[in-house]
Design a protein around this ligand. Structure first.
Ligand SMILES: Nc1ncnc2c1ncn2[C@@H]1O[C@H](COP(=O)(O)OP(=O)(O)O)[C@@H](O)[C@H]1O
Ligand SMILES: CC(=O)N[C@@H](CCC(=O)OP(=O)(O)O)C(=O)O
Length: 266
């Protein structure tokens, strides 16, 4: 059973055209490849925190998550964003089934940072993928919000890209990180150029040079980590042009493909 994990970033959620959800439902119907959605919601969380006058800061792209912040994060991700995506799939004729990593202990976590500086930020230790497979085999499209559960029962906030990579790894699926840009871009002679392929070495160099920054850093590292964990392919795609997803499935070159070793650039 071929599976593709689609990570839908918060940057793009509100802008995603109906055609994107229709494409996902068509993929499912075709039976060629089964989609699983893992989502983010960073901007939506920021908005809610600002409204409530709660400050939050990021360390290396991860939100420092106090108890107060966690409550808002879980409410927005598992309550609001997750159900919006489920509804959109339903409107496109699909069966979206929303879950958070807490349901069926789908995403078991340990604290990301033992010093406690990050608060309730989790690192996925185990994915209970059997439940995802059950949904997939029964015609559903799982929609997973990145909240995990610790053995103590405590809930944790997980970065959406790393949650998607862990899910893709557990299902040995393809991983497509869908955002609001055509892929990884680099300014060359005043023009933004799409980088078609990136190796680990190139990624490190471009992060050091400041070409890859901010939210793109967890994305490229998650893509690499997934590949090291046996994921067949990791790609960064544009959600604003849903034909990119179709073209990618059809084997065409779109977005930025992340590869482990050295490759020949053609
Ligand atoms: N080299 C790069 N090419 C494209 N985007 C980049 C690059 N470096 C950083 N970015 C930023 O990363 C953003 C995507 O990350 P993020 O906002 O976290 O997305 P999401 O919410 O979809 O996970 C882009 O909108 C862009 O601002
Ligand atoms: C630990 C951590 O940083 N969690 C993220 C979870 C949401 C997310 O990852 O959203 P995007 O995909 O839109 O960035 C957060 O609190 O913002």
């Amino acid at each position: 059973m071929e599976i593709i994990v689609l990570k839908v970033g918060g940057s793009i959620l509100k802008k995603l055209p109906t055609a994107f959800f229709e494409t996902v439902v068509q993929l499912k119907r075709s039976g060629k490849i089964h989609p699983v959605i893992v989502h983010g919601g960073g901007p939506e969380i920021n908005q809610a925190l600002t409204k409530m006058n709660v400050k939050s800061e990021f360390v290396n792209g991860l939100r420092v998550t106090t108890k107060e912040v966690l409550e808002v994060v879980e409410h927005i991700l598992s309550g609001s964003v997750n159900k919006q995506i489920v509804s959109k799939l339903q409107q496109s004729g699909g069966t979206g089934i929303g879950l958070s990593g807490v349901d069926a202990a789908l995403l078991k976590v340990i604290p990301k940072d033992s010093s406690g500086k990050l608060g309730y930020v989790g690192e996925v230790k185990e994915v209970n993928e059997d439940w995802l497979k059950l949904i997939i085999e029964n015609g559903g499209i799982p929609v997973v919000s990145p909240i995990g559960i610790h053995e103590s029962g405590q809930h944790y906030n997980i970065n959406g890209d790393t949650a998607a990579a862990a899910v893709a790894e557990s299902l040995q699926a393809k991983l497509a990180l869908i955002s609001d840009i055509p892929g990884v871009l680099e300014e060359i002679q005043g023009e933004k150029v799409l980088l078609r392929q990136l190796t680990k070495k190139e990624i490190e160099a471009k992060i050091s040079a400041g070409i890859i920054y901010g939210g793109m850093i967890p994305k490229v590292y998650s893509a690499l980590k997934a590949l090291n964990g046996g994921v067949k392919e990791s790609v960064i795609l544009n959600g604003l042009t849903p034909e990119d997803l179709k073209s990618y499935i059809a084997g065409k070159r779109v977005g930025t493909k992340i590869v482990i070793g050295e490759v020949q650039h053609v």
